[in-house]
Design a protein around this ligand. Structure first.
Ligand code: SAH
Length: 369
């Protein structure tokens, strides 16, 4: 994305940034210097990058820029969760959520404006889809959060954003060409410097892109499984019709093959009377046999006109016990930030829907009243 012909350096991964400097006749190590300024010190003004020559700073300010989306609002939940709404240049807006915990700070990052996947229990799906985010808009979320939270004033070792999960709006593996350079910058020592295990991409199951992700950025993988049978998963996560459970799990096995201690996180939303029976818990154990995994049970977060209810606490516990007793690490995800609509599946942003899905749904709902 460019303003008045200027190149936005935020749109580059580490390798592309080095290529950019070479293309203007500079040494590739300039990329390392600039990365440190931007991602470790939070400096977005070339004039302040004092280890670059005056001439280079001048040249950069004429041809390039460091431009992130603009922050619109910041809402704080009573539990410390912070939801940030970022305005994009075209009028769309996306949401990013920071979740502080005692041992880590996790940032939940969006990859698209809306989503095309239409999962039946997700409110982002109701918003329809507008477009992919570019690399600057993805990285910009991490940068804004770091800035807002005061991270750039601290030593590298005192990271406030210690973990990134691509679990906000959108399907990251349908936008890998923009997501991969952003992930590479999150991992780069001179970028955000996060460890591979602390950056997670979550997918609803875009099978061919899973192997591609491993090649481009070997980060932790989470898979939104949610059902143990294809007929039910077809309904909850419609991309399953294209890439059914067996193919998805095969791709997961290949993803962690040869990775020491690598595990896949399986997300499983708890829907009352839909996917939460004892038989399904047992089937899940069988299904995941042979795949190094951990399971995240997610209590369903309701949203207006959502067709499901959350399983009861005792059902969730019972489901968890079956998994745990079979040796599977299983956590129940704490619902965070629900008082500000920042919980899983509640992120909506402001999507100028191109698919007209939101309009059709509205008609259906109002017609039914
Ligand atoms: N498209 C990717 C990234 C989104 S991650 C994916 O599907 O994995 C968001 C996570 O929240 C997914 O596991 C999703 O299934 C889950 N989720 C969506 N709506 C939810 C809701 N209403 N309640 C709880 N979890 C939800």
């Amino acid at each position: 994305m460019q303003t008045q012909g200027k190149i936005n350096l935020f749109n580059f991964g580490p390798a592309q940034l080095a290529d950019f400097f070479v293309s203007i006749g500079e040494k590739p190590f300039r990329a390392t210097q600039v990365m440190k300024w931007i991602y470790q010190l939070g400096v977005d003004d070339f004039a302040q990058m004092t280890n670059l020559s005056k001439a280079l700073r001048q040249r950069l300010s004429e041809t390039a820029e460091v431009r992130v989306p603009q922050m619109i609002t910041e809402q704080r939940s009573s539990d410390g969760t912070i939801k940030m709404l970022l305005r994009l240049h075209d009028g769309n807006a996306i949401e990013t959520v920071f979740i502080p915990e005692s041992t880590r700070g996790t940032l939940c990052v969006s990859s698209q404006v809306g989503c095309v996947l239409n999962c039946s229990f997700c409110s982002t799906a109701r918003q329809g889809f507008n477009r992919n985010l570019n690399t600057a808009e993805i990285l910009g979320q991490v940068w804004w959060a770091a800035k807002t939270l005061g991270q750039f004033e601290l030593e590298q070792s005192q990271r406030i954003v210690s973990n990134v999960v691509m679990m906000g709006m959108g399907e990251p593996l349908l936008n890998l060409s923009n997501v991969a350079p952003a992930l590479q910058m999150m991992l780069a020592d001179n970028g955000f410097g996060l460890s591979r295990r602390r950056v997670t991409v979550s997918t609803a199951g875009v099978v061919p892109a899973i192997a591609e992700l491993k090649q481009q950025a070997d980060v932790a993988l989470a898979v939104s499984l949610h059902a143990v049978r294809d007929d039910l998963r077809d309904e909850l996560v419609p991309i399953n019709k294209k890439y059914p459970i067996k193919e998805l799990l095969d791709a997961c096995k290949s993803y962690v093959k040869d990775t020491a201690r690598g595990r896949i996180t399986f997300e499983y939303v708890m829907l009352d009377g839909v996917n939460d029976s004892i038989a399904e818990a047992k089937a899940l154990v069988k299904l995941l046999k042979g795949i190094p995994s951990k399971i995240n049970l997610i209590p369903f977060n309701p949203f207006p006109n959502s067709p499901y209810l959350c399983s009861s606490a005792s059902t969730i516990l019972q489901f968890q016990n079956i998994l745990v007793n079979s040796g599977l690490t299983t956590m129940v995800r704490k619902t965070r930030g629900d008082d500000i609509d920042a919980a899983c599946g509640q992120l909506a942003g402001r999507v100028q829907d191109r698919t007209r899905r939101s309009e059709r749904l509205l008609q259906r709902v109002s017609g039914a009243v």
